[in-house]
Structure formats: C-alpha cells, structure tokens
Ligand binder design. Structure first.
Ligand code: ATP
Length: 516
C-alpha cells in the first residue's frame, strides 16, 4: 500500500474510532456514500460552518444570510438546466461490473471510424504528393466512402435516439455495432437507462409527474429565486451577496473516497449579485478572498492551489477551483464561478416574473450578473482532518519514547476547547475541585471533564480529538489555587492561577483572530 493510501486508511479509521464520522446505518452494513457525523464530527462541522458564515455574513456589510427549503418548485430545476442537463445514459457490463455512459461508448466507436478515414487520407496524401486533392479522394475512394457511409448511418441513428431519449435504441446500437467493454472486451451488457443525478420524491399522496419533487442538487437555486425578496427586505444595493449553508443531494454514479464524494452532503454557497460588465473585478476579488480564508487556518500554502476550468459550463464566463492536496491527490475543494445572468435570466423566462434590479446610479434596470463561491462543508472537513492528523514522538505514561497521535486542528475549530482533569479519580477533594472548575469554564467553551485512566492516557485521548488545552487539578491546586495547563502541540505544561485559565483558552480559541 502506498504511503498516501495508508495515511488515508488511518484517517478513516481515526474518524470512526474517535467519534467523528460513522458509516450511515452501519448495523445494516451501511449505505453507500452516506455518512453520519459523531459527537466530535458534529462539533467540528459546526465550527467550520460558523467560520464560513462569520467570514461571509458577519465580515461583509453587503452579504446577508438565507435558509431556503430543500424542496423547491419543480420548474426551478427546469430553469437551472438540471432536469435536462443532469442526465447520463448509463450502462453496466455484467462481467466486469464496470459502469459506463452509453453515449460515450457510441461516440468512441464513431471516433474510431473517423480515425480510419483519416489514416486512408494521410496514406493517399503521401502517395500523391502535391497533386493530392483531398475532397476528390473523399468523394471517390471506395474504402473511404464505405467508412463514411457507416459513420453517417451510426451518427444519424445515434442522434435520433438521443433526441428521442430512446434508451432501447441506444442499447440496440451498442449491440449492433458489437461495442465491447474497453477494459475487458466483454459484450455482456445490461439495458441502458437514463440516469439523472437528482433524487426525486413525491409531493402529497398523488403519484405522477405533476407532483414530482427533487431534492436540491445545489443550494444556489434557493438563493436565486429569493434574490428580489432579500434585496427588497434588506434594502441592499448592488453589489451585494446572499450566503447559505445547507444540504444538497446528488445520486453520484461513482461515489467513493469517503466523505469526498457523497450522495447527501452539505454546501456553503454565496451568490454575489453585481452590475453586468463588472464580473471580472469581483471574480478576482472572491478568488483571492476565498484563498485567504483557507490560508488563515494555517494550512500550508503548498497544499492549496488554483485550477482554472478547462471546459467552461455553458452559463459561465470564468471559473476556477481551489484544489487541496488530499491523500489521493490534488482535488476540487471549492469552486468560484462567474455565472453571468444565466440563472436569474432563466427564472425570469420560466416564471414570467421580472428578476431585475433598478440601479439608482445608472438610472436603469437590469438582470444582475452573479459570481458565486461554492464549497462543500464535508470536503472542507476532510481537507482539515487529513492535514491535521499527525503523529509525533512523545513519552508515554511510563516515560518511554512512544508515537503520539495528535489532531493539530486550528484551536478555533477544535471540537472541545479545554479538558478538565483531576489528577486522581478516587480523591474526592480533587474531583470536587475539578468539577467546580469545569462548571465555571463550561459557560465560556465546550469543555470536557475526564477522570478515567492515568493522566497520560487522558492527555492522549484529548490529543486525538484535537483539544488545545488540558487543565490538571492536583494537590497544589487545593493549597494555592493554581492548576497545570498543558498545550496540545508543544505538550508544554505551565502553572497558572485558576482564574487565568479562561482568558488563556479564549485567546487561543477565539475565531476573531482568523479575521484580523
Ligand atoms: P466534482 O467535479 O468533484 O463532482 P462539482 O464541480 O460537481 O464537483 P460543484 O457543483 O461546483 O461541484 O459543487 C460545489 C462544491 O460542492 C464542490 O467544490 C465540492 O466541495 C462540493 N461537492 C460537490 N459534489 C459533492 C459530493 N458528491 N460530495 C461532497 N461534496 C460535494
């Protein structure tokens, strides 16, 4: 196993063992690409969301929040293009158990015929030299004519089948052309079926197309349809943004790599509405601002990079990903997209309602352009965990050198901020004092009281969940009101007065430091 694969395996089992992430419905052998967040996972996830929300909403006067419903009017997804463009014709090979897109298999076949024609043309060009007339050759050479006829027939049949959404015909084409699994050569195919990545369900108790609802595949559309509600009720002037955090659902065809690609996940999206023509200025602004947000957490810059999109989506005029170096390589963590007026324009068309903004400075109305930032909360979780989970050398309970597992999360995001540990479990005067300290500090942060096992083991447990500070109550505490405070990363211990603890922990764990 490669070092990265080994590291990834450790990460997955650490997440389970320490109550961060469990497979969904595990007692029934789990549900593919769905996960549950355990007690520490839920805390960390909430902290990630708070950090994002504060950076967007609290730190920008011109960005406001929204919490739209998961269910939306079905026409929303027609306007957004998801009903028509989120479809793939799927086919499985029964022998290899590999899944393919039927359209791509046929296109691959067409490409091969084209290659054969090109080969004939090139051969002839060489043979005839300067006197070669390519058009004449293509019209008269019997072999080329044969290939071309075959190509045209397949293309015509394929185009018709696609336009009619005729999955049976796509399968018939694959059978007729004897297209084989590119990996194994097997022709043992299932039927072709239309695959839309959106999950659907029924509204009320009447089955049928009219009552079909979708579980949103992105949160952005809830923002678009509420654009005027928000603008009017908050009296925002362009440019302004709407931020939202919420669940999204995609029936991913190939879903693996733990929480990197899930069927139910959470997005943190912000749509920034602006004057047409000013999109590049704001696109660059948000590109930089979002990278800063990541770097403020202490993530090494070499683990993050920008990657421009090679193929722009039909609605975008600029798009870039922020990629993170996951244990399985650099992959998309966040997208920044200049979406033009595509979404608002289409909602205007389909709903018949004006989606325009009156710009008092220009004295004119227009459909605003949009730059969006879109990040998956779960992918951010995975990025943080994969960087933070480290091993170092530290003495064990007997003072011997040993390997320590430590989760070096930024203290502002750590699930538990401070652990309160009486030195001994069966000394009531120590446990009473520790409880007293805990009951005081719990008003300020999420603290944990732990009296079980030797102190060294308790430190290790806190290191493994990323707790920045451990406070130990010992016999000196009873005499002089001081405690030992141990810092997670350096493992250094200091003697401080009990009343100083709160400000020491607060200073290190305060989220505000990330914005300054
Ligand atoms: P990918 O190319 O990886 O499928 P995408 O380009 O389809 O992602 P977007 O539609 O731009 O993703 O969604 C925005 C963000 O939502 C992504 O950057 C990612 O962080 C997150 N995301 C998208 N799909 C998933 C998923 N199936 N599981 C977890 N997070 C996801």
């Amino acid at each position: 196993m490669s070092q990265q694969a080994d590291q990834f395996k450790k990460l997955v089992s650490h997440c389970k063992e320490y109550g961060f992430i469990y497979p969904s419905s595990e007692i029934y052998d789990g549900l593919s690409a769905v996960y549950d967040y355990g007690p520490y996972g839920a805390e960390l996830k909430n902290n990630i969301k708070t950090y994002w929300w504060k950076a967007m909403v609290q730190m920008h006067e011109n960005i406001v929040g929204l919490d739209a419903a998961i269910f939306m009017h079905p026409l929303t997804w027609k306007a957004s293009g998801h009903v028509d463009a989120f479809n793939d014709p799927l086919i499985d090979n029964k022998d290899s158990k590999k899944r393919y897109r039927a359209d791509q298999l046929i296109e691959g076949y067409l490409d091969k015929i084209e290659e054969k024609i090109l080969k004939e043309v090139e051969k002839a060009r060489k043979r005839f030299g300067d006197s070669f007339d390519e058009a004449m050759f293509r019209q008269t050479n019997p072999r080329v004519l044969d290939y071309q006829k075959q190509y045209d027939e397949v293309l015509e049949r394929f185009t018709r089948a696609t336009a009619a959404n005729d999955m049976g015909e796509l399968k018939a084409i694959i059978d007729h052309l004897e297209i084989a699994d590119p990996d194994t050569g097997s022709r043992n195919w299932t039927e072709v079926r239309q695959f839309n990545l959106m999950f659907s369900t029924q509204l009320g108790n009447i089955a049928g197309e009219e009552s079909k609802l979708y579980l949103r595949p992105e949160t952005a559309q809830g923002i678009f349809v509420n654009f005027l509600n928000v603008q009017k009720t908050t009296r925002q002037k362009i440019p302004f943004g709407i931020a939202q955090i919420g669940k999204a659902f995609r029936n991913e065809i190939v879903a693996r790599q733990f929480i990197f690609r899930m069927r139910e996940f959470e997005q943190m999206e912000m749509q920034f509405f602006l004057r047409p023509g000013e999109e590049m200025k704001w696109y660059l602004y948000w590109k930089e601002a979002r990278m800063k947000w990541h770097l403020a957490l202490g993530t090494p810059p070499e683990k993050l990079r920008f990657k421009d999109h090679d193929n722009l989506a039909h609605y975008a005029n600029a798009a870039v990903d922020i990629q993170f170096e996951f244990p399985f390589g650099f992959k998309e963590l966040e997208g920044i997209h200049s979406r033009t007026d595509f979404d608002l324009g289409n909602h205007q068309k389909l709903s018949g309602k004006k989606m325009q903004y009156f710009d008092p400075e220009l004295n004119e109305s227009y459909v605003p352009y949009v730059v969006e930032t879109s990040i998956g909360c779960d992918r951010m979780f995975l990025a943080l965990m994969s960087h933070a989970l480290q091993e170092d050398a530290a003495p064990d309970a007997q003072g011997e050198e040993a390997i320590r597992t430590v989760l070096r999360l930024h203290p502002a995001l750590a699930p538990v901020k401070c652990a309160i540990l009486p030195l001994l479990k069966n000394k009531e005067e120590l446990t009473d004092k520790a409880r007293q300290v805990f009951n005081e500090l719990k008003h300020a942060f999420l603290c944990q009281y732990d009296e079980k096992d030797a102190i060294g083991r308790r430190y290790r447990r806190q290191d493994a969940i990323g707790t920045p500070y451990c406070i130990t109550i010992d016999f000196d505490t009873l005499k002089d009101g001081t405690v030992t405070i141990r810092e997670r990363d350096t493992m250094q211990q200091e003697r401080v007065r009990i009343h100083e603890v709160e400000s020491i922990v607060r200073q290190k764990t305060d989220m505000a430091q990330l914005f300054r």
